[in-house]
Design a protein around this ligand. Sequence first.
Ligand code: PMP
Length: 377
Amino acid sequence: MSSLSVLPPECLLQPFPVPQRLMLGPGPSNVPARIIAAGAQPMLGHLHAETIETRNRVTLAVSGPGHAAMECAIFNSLEPGESILIAVNGIWGERAAEIAERIGAKVNTVVTSAGGYFTNEEIEQALDKYRPVVFFLTHGESSTGVVHPIDGIGDLCHKYNCLFLVDSVAALGGTPICMDEQGIDIMYTGSQKVLNAPPGTAPISFSERACQKIFNRRTKPISYFLDMSWLANYWGCDDKPVRAYHHTGPVSSFYGLRESLAILAETGLENSWKRHKEVAEYFHKGLEEMGLKLFVQEKKARLPTVTTIVAPPGYDWREITGYIMKTFNIEISGGLGPSAGMVLRVGLMGCNSSKANVDKVLEALADALKHCHKSRV
Ligand code: PMP
């Protein structure tokens, strides 16, 4: 008999039954056995920094989800009172603006409707007008299904003496981006999308120009946990001979992240980009043949990793996603932020990007449209 007045919850004494599901929402994706096995390796107190291929010295994984990398990028690159320009074409620009406001930065935005993107002329006009020290752009807008063109924007940012910050959480590995060649100064991604690792680690990289700014600040960044002076040392990316304790990183998750990068390296980036493109196009064709409409009009602006489908008129999108989960064990999702209620979202990322999965989700959608309630509109 325990002498404690609060007993452990009964449910903890039972195994936790986790169902097998095909995770075709905008993330997390399924985690292949090889990555799960990597995470089960013995614990280490000190980890080796496994970095993404780039010329950048300061490339590491933040201990946390994509949001942690987002805050790390913004908190370190901006000081209170400095100005940031944010391209808003979905929820991720909106969130970046909210994060920057919290540190007392001057936040200006250019905004376009959900499903749209910006031309380089529009970006240059805004850079000229606001003269920001940082320009934020979302590469893969997972809320609207848009892949933003990147070419030429780095040069524009540098012409206006501003750092180019790119969120590629939902795109990196699934669609082309070349940080060094395209003049990107800060870029981050998430582990749980194309990389197929468990959520909770977020690779981030800083160019030399970005380092010049972030390591020569007047004020300390607002977050101790995300302070890049600490993190660069923790990961051995600075020139100091000794790596100091800063926090206890999620070591097993780093093993998983490393394995996911190894799989991508073996596959080859170009092959991965090509497969995501072909699989997405095969999916889009199948959707149109079923009479469904794609939310992003322009073909070249369609994000290959996350597809947005116009919510079928007359149906309740929640009933469709619920039906597909219940009947097929497949997760797909509704819209988010500006696309809420307007779309269904299907993610085909990393190992989930296959024609076999497309066939499964097309079959599930066709069946849902037959069985879900349709009002006469
Ligand atoms: N940016 C984009 C483009 C995303 O799609 C997401 C995740 N949906 C995030 C940032 C945030 O990542 P996390 O959920 O891992 O915090």
